[in-house]
Design a protein around this ligand. Structure first.
Ligand code: NAD
Length: 479
C-alpha cells in the first residue's frame, strides 16, 4: 500500500492533481495519515481500467474462476484480520473489539460471495409450443461504489464482494474520513491475483471524486451507501445517464418492547444497538417504544446500564469510542441542545474516561425519556449514541409510532406473543424485522436495505447478486 495513491488497474497511482487530504485520528483529533485527493481525471482513469477489465481477463472469466480468486482473497483477509482491525479502529475510532468484528465480517462476505459466484443462474420459462425461452444473469459491467466512513470494511465486503462475484469490474470511492483499511484490502486483492482493473479505488472528497463517479457516463450501475441527502444527489447525477442506483441510506429504527418480553434479554441488546460504533450505524436502534406498564421499570434498568458505559480512545477498547469527526460531534450536540431547549428529560448518560484526549471527538451515550413522537429527536437520524425512549398504550399505537418516521430500515419486536410477533412484523414498513433479537450488523447472509427514505434495492445475502446483474431473456423458436 502506498500512502496518498489511488489503486487503479492493479497499480498504485499518484493523483492527477497531486493533492492530498489529511486523515485525523478521531480518538485524539490529530492528523496521522494522508489520502490522495481524487479528481474527475482519476475517476476517468479508473473507469477506463474497469472497462478494459470487462473486455479482457476478468470479463472472460468463468464463474468458477471468479469464485477461486475471491476465496484466495478471503483467505488473505482472514490472515490479515488483526492488522485490518487495528487500521479500522484507529481510522474510525471504534473500539478494537468492534473493529475485530468488522474484520471478521469482511472475511465472511468474501467467503460467502466466493461460494455464491458459481451458483447464480437464470431460468427456463414455459412459453408457446415451439419455443424455448431462457434467461441469463449477466453482470452490469462497470459498477461504481460510494462508501461511507462508519463501516468501510463491512460495506466494501457486502457491496464490492457481491459485484465482483457477479462478474462486474468495480470503481470504489470510499469516504474521505476513513478508508485506510480498504487500501490495505486492495493490496491483498493484488496478492490474491485479481486481474488488472477488476478492482479500482479512488480516494477523495464526495463533491469531487464522488460526484465525478456518479455522473460518469462509463458507469453501468451505482451502489451508494450514505446519507439520504447525498443519495438523492447521486440518483440525480446517475439519472443523466439512466444508470440504475442502489441506495442504502439512513434510519430511525424502532425497538418495540411489550410488557411480556424477557427484559433480561431486551436490556443488553437495546444498549448495544445504540452504543455500537457510537451510534453511527444506519441500523442503530435509536427509538425505544415501550408498553406503558413496563416503561418505568425498563427505563430504571436502562438508566443504570447507561451510567455504567465508558467512552474512550479506540485502543482502550471500552464500550464506546469517539465520533468520527468534529462535524459529526457538532451534529449530535445540536440535537442534544434542541432536546434541552424543548424540555426533553435526559435520564442518564455514560462517562468519558479521563484518559480520553481533550481533542478527541467524544460524546457520552445518552438516554432521553418521553420524547414526543413529533420531535426531531423521534424522527430524524442523530447518527450518535442517543436513544429516544417513549411509551405506548397498545399494539396499534406501537405500530403507528414505529411506522411514523420518513425511514424504514430495521425494526425490533420484543414479545412472547407469537401472533403479535407476526402481525406486527407484516405491518411494519421496514427492510428487516428482528423478533426477540436485533442485529442487522451481523448476518452476511441476510438481505438488507430499506423502504421510504432508507433507500431501495437490497445488498447482503444472495439477493445482492440479483442487484449486481441484469437479466437477459432469450427466446428460441424451433417448432
Ligand atoms: P455522506 O452521504 O456524506 O457520505 C457518504 C459517501 O458519499 C462518502 O464516500 C462521501 O464522500 C460521498 N459523497 C458525499 N457527497 C457526495 C456527492 N455530492 N456526490 C457523490 N458522493 C458524495 O454520508 P456520511 O456522512 O459519510 O455517512 C452517514 C450517513 O450514511 C448516515 O445518514 C447513515 O445512516 C448512512 N449510512 C447508511 C448505511 C446503510 O447501509 N443504509 C450504512 C452506513 C451509513
Amino acid at each position: 500500500m502506498q500512502e496518498a495513491h489511488h489503486f487503479i488497474g492493479n497499480r498504485w497511482v499518484a493523483p492527477a492533481q497531486e493533492q492530498t487530504i489529511p486523515v485525523l485520528d478521531p480518538s485524539d483529533g490529530q492528523p496521522f495519515a494522508v489520502l490522495a485527493r481524487g479528481s474527475a481525471a482519476d475517476i476517468d482513469a479508473a473507469v477506463q481500467a474497469a472497462r478494459a477489465a470487462c473486455e479482457a481477463a476478468w470479463g472472460n472469466s468463468s464463474a468458477a474462476e471468479r469464485s477461486r480468486v475471491l476465496f484466495r482473497l478471503a483467505a488473505l483477509l482472514a490472515e490479515q484480520q488483526d492488522a485490518l482491525a487495528h487500521i479500522e479502529a484507529r481510522d474510525t475510532g471504534k473500539p478494537l473489539k468492534q473493529a475485530r468484528a468488522d474484520a471478521a465480517a469482511v472475511v465472511r462476505y468474501f467467503e460467502f460471495y466466493a461460494g455464491a459466484a458459481d451458483k447464480l443462474h437464470g431460468q427456463t420459462i414455459p412459453y408457446q409450443t415451439g419455443y424455448t425461452v431462457l434467461t441469463l444473469r449477466e453482470p452490469h459491467g462497470v459498477t461504481g461504489h460510494i462508501i461511507p466512513w462508519n463501516y468501510p470494511l463491512q460495506i466494501f465486503g457486502r457491496s464490492v464482494g457481491a459485484a465482483l462475484a457477479a462478474g462486474n469490474a468495480c470503481v470504489v470511492k470510499p469516504a474521505e474520513d476513513a478508508c485506510l483499511s480498504l487500501l490495505k484490502l486492495a493490496e491483498l486483492a493484488q496478492q490474491a491475483g485479481l486481474p488488472d482493473g477488476a478492482l479500482n479505488i479512488v480516494t477523495g472528497y464526495g463533491h469531487e471524486a464522488g460526484a465525478a463517479l456518479a455522473r460518469h457516463p462509463g458507469i453501468d450501475h451505482i451502489s451508494f451507501t450514505g446519507s439520504p441527502q447525498t443519495g438523492k444527489l447521486v440518483t440525480q447525477m446517475a439519472a443523466e445517464n439512466h444508470v440504475p442506483v442502489t441506495l442504502e441510506l439512513g434510519g430511525k429504527s424502532p425497538q418495540i418492547v411489550f410488557a411480556d418480553a424477557d427484559m433480561d434479554a431486551v436490556l443488553p441488546v437495546v444498549v448495544n444497538a445504540i452504543v455500537q460504533n457510537a451510534g453511527q450505524t444506519c441500523s442503530a436502534g435509536s427509538r425505544l417504544l415501550v408498553e406503558r406498564s413496563a416503561y418505568e421499570p425498563l427505563l430504571d434498568r436502562l438508566g443504570q446500564a447507561f451510567e455504567a458505559l465508558q467512552v474512550g480512545p479506540a485502543m482502550l477498547d471500552l464500550d464506546c469510542g469517539p465520533l468520527i469527526s468534529a462535524k459529526q460531534q457538532q451534529r449530535v450536540w445540536d440535537f442534544l441542545s434542541d432536546a434541552q431547549h424543548d424540555g426533553i428529560a435526559m435520564l442518564a448518560h455514560g462517562q468519558v474516561v479521563p484518559e480520553a484526549p481533550e481533542a478527541g471527538f467524544y460524546q457520552a451515550p445518552t438516554l432521553l425519556r418521553d420524547v414526543p413522537p413529533s420531535h426531531r429527536l423521534a424522527r430524524e437520524e442523530v447518527f450518535g449514541p442517543v436513544l429516544a425512549a417513549m411509551p405506548f398504550e397498545q399494539e396499534s399505537d406501537a405500530l403507528q409510532l414505529a411506522n411514523g418516521t420518513p425511514f424504514g430500515l430495521v425494526a425490533g419486536i420484543w414479545t412472547r406473543d407469537g401472533a403479535r410477533q407476526l402481525r406486527l412484523a407484516r405491518r411494519l414498513r421496514s427492510g428487516q424485522v428482528f423478533i426477540n433479537n436485533y442485529g442487522a450488523g451481523g448476518g452476511v447472509e441476510l438481505p438488507f436495505g430499506g423502504v421510504k427514505h432508507s433507500g431501495h434495492g437490497r445488498e447482503k445475502g444472495f439477493e445482492a447478486l440479483y442487484g449486481f446483474t441484469t437479466l437477459k431473456t432469450i427466446a428460441i423458436r424451433h417448432d
